[in-house]
Design a protein around this ligand. Structure first.
Ligand SMILES: CC(C)(COP(=O)(O)OP(=O)(O)OC[C@H]1O[C@@H](n2cnc3c(N)ncnc32)[C@H](O)[C@@H]1OP(=O)(O)O)[C@@H](O)C(=O)NCCC(=O)NCCS
Length: 165
């Protein structure tokens, strides 16, 4: 692979970003439930976490859990995924538990992920966002992304946002 791998741990002023742990299963289930999707079983959540841990080294990009520094409580995740884009120009993704919204955490974690993406040697990031998701557009705007185009998605239109690193 022509890119350096993303690190497995990062720190920001207020947050610790790290690889998923099995103890994140309960928080992950809550996150999916808050999305309005069917909550995975504990075993299903553990399988996903184990899968994420196993695939991260080979892929070189991954999602990282968010916690307040010095606190083990799971707040959500942020990181890079292929998503609708590509391994060369991946998508930034983030999702936080409702109780953690509105404190600037997505933007703070996103800024660390953007910098980590730059260090891998990549030159461009994407983010695809449903047209109704105002908070997500605001996070992207604060990170320096610009709107590129809109395409139809499975559940409505999707806006492609781009950041040249
Ligand atoms: C999107 C999400 C990660 C943002 O997390 P967060 O930590 O609350 O984000 P931040 O606090 O860093 O920034 C949110 C910004 O949106 C703004 N915002 C929030 N709700 C808003 C609304 N209804 N209308 C306008 N602006 C809004 C906030 O004021 C803030 O901007 P500001 O700093 O200029 O005041 C969070 O809402 C979430 O997890 N949503 C569900 C999952 C999701 O949609 N993920 C993204 C998929 S593309």
């Amino acid at each position: 692979m022509p890119y350096r791998p993303m690190p497995f741990a990062l720190e920001t002023e207020r947050l610790t970003l790290q690889l998923w742990e099995e103890s994140d299963a309960a928080g992950y289930r809550q996150l999916v439930g808050e999305r309005g999707d069917e909550m995975p079983t504990l075993e299903g959540a553990l399988d996903e976490i184990r899968g994420a841990r196993e695939s991260a080294p080979g892929r070189g990009i991954h999602l990282m859990t968010l916690r307040r520094r010095g606190d083990h409580e799971f707040l959500g995740y942020c990181g890079l995924i292929i998503g609708r884009a590509s391994i060369d120009e991946p998508e930034i993704a983030y999702e936080l538990l409702r109780s953690a919204h509105g404190r600037g955490y997505a933007t703070e974690a996103g800024a660390a992920i953007v910098e980590a993406a730059r260090v891998t040697g990549r030159t461009r990031l994407w983010s695809t966002v449903a047209t109704w998701n105002t908070p997500s557009f605001r996070v992207l705007e604060k990170l320096g992304f610009r709107r590129d185009r809109t395409t139809p998605g499975e559940n409505g239109d999707v806006v492609w946002n781009v950041l040249d690193l």
